[in-house]
Design a protein around this ligand. Sequence first.
Ligand SMILES: Cc1cc2nc3c(=O)[nH]c(=O)nc-3n(C[C@H](O)[C@H](O)[C@H](O)COP(=O)(O)O)c2cc1C
Ligand SMILES: [Mn+2]
Length: 482
Amino acid sequence: MAYDDLRGFIRALETQGELKRIPFEVDPHLEITEFADRSVKTGGPALLFEKPKGSAVPVLINAFASEHRMQIALEVGSVEEIATRIADLLAMQKPEGFLGKLKMLPMLADLASIFPKTVSGGPCKEVILKDKFSLRDFPVLHCWPEDGGPFITLPMVFSRNPDTGKQNCGCYRMQVYDERTTGMHWQTHKQGAEHYRRQQSTGGARRMDIAVAIGSDPATMYSAILPLPPDLYEMMIAGFLRGKSVEMVKCETSDIEVPANSEIVLEGYVELGELRREGPFGDHTGFYSLEDDYPVFHITCITHRKNPIYATTIVGPPPMEDFYMGKAIERIFLPLMRLQMPEVRDIAMPAEGIFHNLILVAIRKSYPGHARKVMHAIWGLGQAMFSKCIVVVDEDVDVQNFSEVAWKALNNIDPERDIQFVMGPVDSLDHASRLPNYGSKMGIDATKKWPGEGFTRPWPGVIRMSDTVRQRVDELWKRAGI
Ligand SMILES: Cc1cc2nc3c(=O)[nH]c(=O)nc-3n(C[C@H](O)[C@H](O)[C@H](O)COP(=O)(O)O)c2cc1C
Ligand SMILES: [Mn+2]
């Protein structure tokens, strides 16, 4: 049964012993970060701060911050179940006979739930504030000591593509400047930034309507971070993930629609051409992102539920909550990646690589230069273009076992021959690239080299004891009492 809202998710976390309420006062200025960081690093629970200092609104953090909590969020025993549902959909064929049709029913139900439904009202409208409102009433975290201010870290930012009229939803942090103004940190490659550029180029309205929803059912919140193709609407994927259409409601002051079950909605606009210093911000690289200029979000209205809950997260030295959200992306998107690249057997993004810095790929190698083809395909694939370092190994290597990858890859390379450098777009958070958003990337071909690639020496096998000796020593081992 799909969660109705954030509260349903909180109840599920609590029932399963995955949430701890903190009934005493804790400061959103740094202290909540220290709690959340310690909890995620020690395998602790999600935290609900009932008395954040200076606000009457409770704070939920780390709700997605473990493999198990991701399963609770997406209502699965393993996120692989979602990958299988997607793979089944992609492999869909005309059904044969009655049984075939029967088997297709769940898939058709999946398809029916993807379209969002527009409704006329909803819980997010329980309180409507058009005059007297202030962001200071909400417990927005000042996350790390050198941050430029408090940041809203888990928003669903809705904007509209001026060309197609379609909405997009992305999670972009927002620095709180004052009671009614924030930054809008959509990086240049993201859809919010693209909508902004398109609106600028049309020379039309100088204001771009934006609505920000904070706290919803978990699949809807999660969809905001997914690296989807442009114009594939996050709310459709949310509907697919939760198995129920997302109900959307129109804003009070614009035509933007937001999830009706949201805890808090900030309505407003971004003025084209207006930029303001944003940052620094303790980021998910584990370093501070430096200051830069970003658009400004002006809030014209706040609506919220009665007794709203403020959902947030912190990023910082890995692993943090976003690592677990990203790990689920890795599993869920594998079948989609394999649609374009069936030779890919598995991929892994170790926590230390912060998603964009390192991706390990196992392939079934079929022709000379195959590993390099896969690297270039990844560099050409949506947000995977940011992959700073790609290591390609043969399919016998378990890429989830980082020690095995390091061992075999390091043995298999002749560095000058096997490393491929390319120039191109890099993640905005890369602080080492020669220019912001532009720099080099590296692919390592750690597959076995073939004669067709100019390698004519024999290639050795991996050492393995014979099964007969292993079985015999199993017996002798017991006798030896070691
Ligand atoms: C906790 C968290 C914070 C994020 N903050 C930002 C951000 O400030 N700016 C940004 O461009 N992307 C940020 N992202 C990544 C985007 O949400 C992600 O790239 C998403 O796919 C963008 O959606 P879009 O393709 O619709 O623009 C963040 C992700 C997470 C999990
Ligand atoms: Mn998008």
